[in-house]
Design a protein around this ligand. Sequence first.
Ligand code: SAM
Ligand code: SF4
Ligand code: SF4
Length: 376
Amino acid sequence: MTDIPRKIIPLADLRYASRIPAIPANLLAPTGLLSDTLGRPLRDLRISVTDRCNFRCNYCMPSEIFDKDYAFLPQSSLLSFEEITRLAKIFVAHGVEKIRLTGGEPLLRKHLEVLIGMLARLQTPQGKPLDITLTTNGSLLARKAQSLKDAGLKRVTVSLDALDDAIFRGMNDVDFPVANVLKGIDVAHQAGLAPVKINMVVKRGTNDSQILLLARHFRHSGAVLRFIEYMDVGATNGWRMDEVMPSSQVIERLQAEFPLAAIDPNYSGETAERWRYLDGGGEIGVISSVTQAFCGECNRARLSTEGKLFLCLFASQGHDLRALLRGNFADDQIAAAIGPIWQARSDRYSEIRAALPPDASAAGSAKRIEMSYIGG
Ligand code: SAM
Ligand code: SF4
Ligand code: SF4
């Protein structure tokens, strides 16, 4: 008999540390008024629906690591649409008003419209519909925008790091043409998934040449272009501070060609700082996660593809809600278990890192979650 080489696939549950939340003896009902140790409410839930992606952006899923042998989560580990909706309903009772679907690439999850339809039927305790949105690399958007809209999606955010085709193909590292993403943005706009937001991660020396090109392209289009500082999230992208282009420099470059004025945030906890073109060309935003941390206003919880709750993008430990869902606990028990987790939250990674030397990490030796696992 010949020896067949076997690849050892780590158990998905061992991928990142997590603990199973305790069910309190006293089942306090959600009030919608949870507050963490820094007085931050819970308003925004980001749900990762897959850890897989058809791109290999080098700042997120470098192809040397996420190669053909990479052990993505098996199907049985993923939360089903029913499980996601059940948890979403509990989070809404706790105060969540906005849900963002993300990944990996969320449009790779089969029948995502069905999930959107299920989430769109939820209401806040005040009887308001949820703000449901999605972040995508845009590769499948032209095909799917209309059905997503019909299912109840309100808006969409498309990641787009370059207008130049060669730079774009190099950054996605799968030779995907920029024209297909631009087409997806147009179709989304026509379908009414508006305003379409465009996220550009700016990496100095890689795509900062694209800042003005993208600004010129999206001015007067109705789309809102946002420039994101390259973050030290995860442990695989080889992040270096000298590749971060501070938002202040992005604004300087834009101002040199298009006069801008700062505008007020839409709501408390908004991550983007907003600016408008003085000539009426529309609005842009900058997200300064590295140089101007906004932990003080962070009202976001994140649910991984396999149902672990993370309280910060830079957390190294999750709370295994899937174990509760599949452990036959009732909704009131799960809700009562989630409340104290948020109340004990003290995460403020980016603020702590900002006080350290430029290339230092505030995470110590703990294994940090990858962006593709938890979503942006
Ligand atoms: N695949 C989808 C996409 O690219 O839009 C959704 C998931 S992706 C992880 C969500 C967002 O995170 C994208 O806008 C992406 O550009 C951003 N992102 C990923 N890694 C990042 C990093 N190291 N720094 C800043 N943003 C990052
Ligand atoms: Fe995929 Fe989005 Fe990560 Fe790029 S940023 S590799 S598109 S998950
Ligand atoms: Fe929120 Fe953590 Fe980011 Fe601070 S570092 S803004 S707490 S996710």
